[in-house]
Design a protein around this ligand. Structure first.
Ligand SMILES: O=C(O)CCC(=O)C(=O)O
Ligand SMILES: [Fe+2]
Length: 227
């Protein structure tokens, strides 16, 4: 119980610290809506990566991507279309990956040891990642393993590497907000609320691509050290 309370405080502090830093950055825009009154910390940063850097990542994804995994208890038939993208862990020690990783950590001020390895994802036409939370549901069996690998996920940093011809938006249905992929744009949000508890309003989906291919990289940060 005490541990849980301390962890919650830590997560709340990570939310505040990163938020302050992003608020102060002149190239980072906070996303907010007058008619949405729920707690939310979402920011975007245009041209966070250059087109050349995006191209390098796309080539790495094409070389290594395999069907994506899902953090779920079972693989029931009705869930087989839940996450249909291809993905891979990028090579953490590759200089091009390290540079982007360092840039994300530098921007947020989060210790890189809290960060999971950058993941690359590719969606072909019709592929999607249905509405989900990036935080762990602690009543699921996978939590027993994840709690010892840095615990709960706090911030998600995601960069669009290209622009599919249509579809592929990242949508937050509870915020009535949809982001169209823009090459090199970083979208970053806190999965925890101000109280350090999971924020259910951060539900989001990678909508089906309807023409072209969508490539992104994602980095999830933990409360504790992941490495
Ligand atoms: O593809 C997207 O736009 C969303 C990806 C996502 O939610 C994730 O990787 O956790
Ligand atoms: Fe997600």
């Amino acid at each position: 119980m005490i541990t849980e309370l301390l962890h919650r405080r830590e997560l709340a502090k990570i939310g505040r610290d990163v938020g302050e830093r992003l608020d102060a950055h002149r190239r980072v825009q906070r996303i907010s809506f007058d008619d949405v009154q729920v707690p939310m910390q979402i920011y975007c940063y245009q041209d966070f990566m250059t087109p050349a850097e995006c191209g390098d990542m796309i080539r790495m994804i094409d070389a290594d991507a395999i069907p994506s995994e899902l953090y779920r208890a079972g693989t029931a038939a009705d869930e087989s279309d839940f996450r249909t993208s291809y993905s891979c862990n990028l090579d953490r020690w590759h200089p091009d990956v390290l540079r982007i990783d360092d840039r994300i950590c530098g921007l947020t001020g989060i210790d890189s040891r809290r960060g999971e390895t950058l993941q690359g994802q590719r969606y072909a036409v019709g592929q999607q990642f249905k509405a989900h939370h990036d935080y762990f549901h602690t009543d699921q069996p996978y939590w027993q393993k994840e709690r010892n690998k840095g615990g709960q996920r706090s911030w998600t940093a995601m960069v669009f590497l290209n622009e599919p011809q249509s579809g592929g938006e990242t949508e937050f249905p509870q915020l009535s907000f949809k982001m169209l992929p823009r090459t090199g744009m970083l979208l970053i949000w806190n999965n925890m609320g101000p109280d350090g508890k999971p924020n259910p309003h951060m539900l989001h989906s990678g909508n089906p691509v309807t023409a072209g291919t969508k490539y992104i990289i994602t980095k999830w940060f933990r409360r504790g050290f992941w490495v």
